[in-house]
Every structure is written in structure tokens, then in C-alpha cells.
Design a protein around this ligand. Sequence first.
Ligand code: NAD
Ligand code: GLY
Length: 370
Amino acid sequence: MTATPAASPLRTIEVALQANPYPVVIGTGALGGLGEQIRQRGFASGTKVLVVTNPVVEAHYGAVALASLQAAGFEASTLVIEAGEDQKTPATVALIHDAAFTRKLERGSLIVALGGGVVGDMAGFAAATWLRGIAVVQVPTTLLAMVDAAIGGKTGVNHPGGKNLVGAFHQPRLVLVDPSTLATLPEREFRAGMAEVIKYGVIGDRDLFEALEAAGDLSSMAAVGPALLQTLLERSAAAKAAVVAADEHEGGLRAILNYGHTLGHVVETLCGYGTWLHGEAVGIGMVAAGEIALAMGLWSAGDQARQRAVIAAAGLPLDWPRLDPDAVLACLQGDKKVKQGQVRFVLPTAIGAVEIRSDVSEASIRQLSP
Ligand code: NAD
Ligand code: GLY
């Protein structure tokens, strides 16, 4: 078990949805206050809580989470599921449903997702579907999940035909972010999370992008340091919260959060889940989207160079892998972002601005592959 660090003041960012607003609470040591935070969200003592986590996260943080829940009076227990993107399947969600059944979770019960985006997406989906929907609290322990996956209510699993094709919108009641849990995160995973932070800079926060440029080395938690890390967590959460509050179900604006993801999902799907981490694929997808935007005359070579430099500073790969262009095109057609047969791409037009376009030519996609 990992030692508990000194606590820092908690910062709260509101996801201001009209029907179901909720806070993203961020602070070092926050995990020790999980039970109290959940009580403050209106859950009574005695509520059944199922903590869903994976073996690695359970070993580091399971005991702290469970002790906090039990100290707050909850009837809490843990379910450990296998780690990894290849486990993000209906079969794993069925295991969570089985546990919900044997542990007699009721409509008023709660699932706590303790882990990265894989745990969060599956525990969230299990909560969305158990008894037609019970509450979920997201406790992300990867940078990627802290800045993106845990916020906004997208839950689901993969299908052999593509990423996240099976899922539901199910907003959490609370997102609790304890940056100190990142101390045990492998550096490759930290870098993958940084791709999503860079995304927020390119799609809408020029100041954030410039702060990333100024920071230089973004490739590890040690290089970034606690003060900048806190800033990146808060700005990213605020960026995501604002977009989600404006367009919860992705009727329009929210699609900009998919920047880098349309082509990133192709890389993940065609290379095999787990070959590239999700964030690495998103980094490659952002570079590829930048190349397409450049070819269409939408943005400048200078901005593409700046984007590449920040992605490289995060130690992320830049190059499109060797892929069969026909398979790429077929995979794009199977993606969720297809509307009336047209693939919609989020393309950059300047640092801090993107457009959603359905007029990307087949030729420019074919040109991505060597
Ligand atoms: P992940 O959940 O697979 O976690 C990465 C690895 O880090 C795992 O091996 C995990 O065991 C380990 N880990 C997690 N926390 C740790 C810690 N604190 N210390 C040590 N090891 C730790 O990957 P991820 O990058 O967090 O999430 C990727 C997933 O998130 C993808 O499936 C993606 O589709 C999904 N996602 C969802 C959304 C959304 O809006 N719902 C957004 C972005 C990504
Ligand atoms: N990660 C994209 C979204 O939440 O909409």
C-alpha cells in the first residue's frame, strides 16, 4: 500500500449540468476523504457501495478508499477486475453486474470507480445499466482519467469493430481527483495522459497551450512538478466541464473533445488494443489531423510545428504507423463520429481553435499512410 501524503486544500470545479450538476474535487490527499465527500453528496450511512478497481490500483489505493468509505458509515466492499484495454468488454461488465447481484446492490446503492479510464468506463457502464441505473462516483488514478475520462459521463466498452461502440451517457455524482495517486503511475501512462491536456490547449485554451510550451519537458510527473500539475488538472477539468455543461449528449460542440480521437481510434483498432496506449494514439491522431488541416489550407505550418513540438516534449510518438489505407477508410466508416455516411473530423485552424468538418477527402486520408 502506498503511503498517504500531506493533504493540500481541495479545489472544486463544477460540471454545471442543468439536471444533474456535480463537482470535480481536486487535491492532494483527497482520497482519504472519499467517504466524507460522498456523504456530502447526500448518501446516507449504511448505503451499499461497491468499489470497482483493478489489481494494481487495489494494491496501492484500495485500502485507503475502503477505509474512508467504511469510516463514513457505508457498507463498502471491493471488486477487482483485470486491467487493460483488451479487458474493456461486455464480459467484464457482466462480472460487475454479477457482483452487484451477489452483494445485493439496490437502486440507492453506489458504484465507485477507482482506477484509470478502463475501470471508469466499465464501472460507469455497469452503474448505468444495473437496475436501469444506479449512482457512480469516479475516482480517477491516471492523468488521462483525471483530465478527461472521469468527467462528462461517457461510459462503455469496446466492440471488435471499434472503440467504445457499446455505451451510455451516465454522469457521476462526484469526481474525486487525488494527484498524489499519480506518484505510482508508470511514466508512459503519464505521457499518454498529457496528450489529452495538450488537446484542451489546441481546441480552446491558447493560454494553457502556451503554458505547456513554456514548461519544456512534459514527459514525467517529476519534470512537470506539483504546482504546474495542479494547474493542468484544474484547467483541463474546467475546459471539459464547460464543454460538457454546454452539450452533454454531444449534439454539437462536445464533438470538439474528439480532436485527435477519430484517427486515434483507427490506430488503436487497427494496431490492436494495447499496442498503443489511448493517449499515445490520440497524440498521433492530433498530428495526423494537423497534417490534414495543413493540406486543406486550414492552418499554418508554424502552428503544426508548435503542436508537434509540444507533443514531442511530452515524449509522445508523432508518426502515423504503417497501415493499410483501405482498412483505415473502412475503420473510419465504423466510427461513432460518422453522420449520414460522412466522417466528421475535428480539424485545427489555430492554436486554441478547431472546426468540425465533413469534407475531408479520401485522398488526404490515404496520404497519411506511408
Ligand atoms: P487504463 O485505465 O488502462 O490505465 C492505465 C494503466 O495504469 C493500467 O495498467 C492501470 O492498472 C494503471 N494504473 C492506473 N492508475 C494507476 C496508479 N495510480 N498507479 C499505478 N498504476 C496505475 O488507461 P487510461 O489511460 O486511464 O484510460 C484509457 C481508457 O479511457 C480508454 O479505454 C479510453 O477509451 C477511455 N477514455 C474514456 C473517456 C471518456 O470520456 N469516458 C475519455 C478518454 C478516454
Ligand atoms: N473524451 C471525449 C468526451 O468526453 O466527449
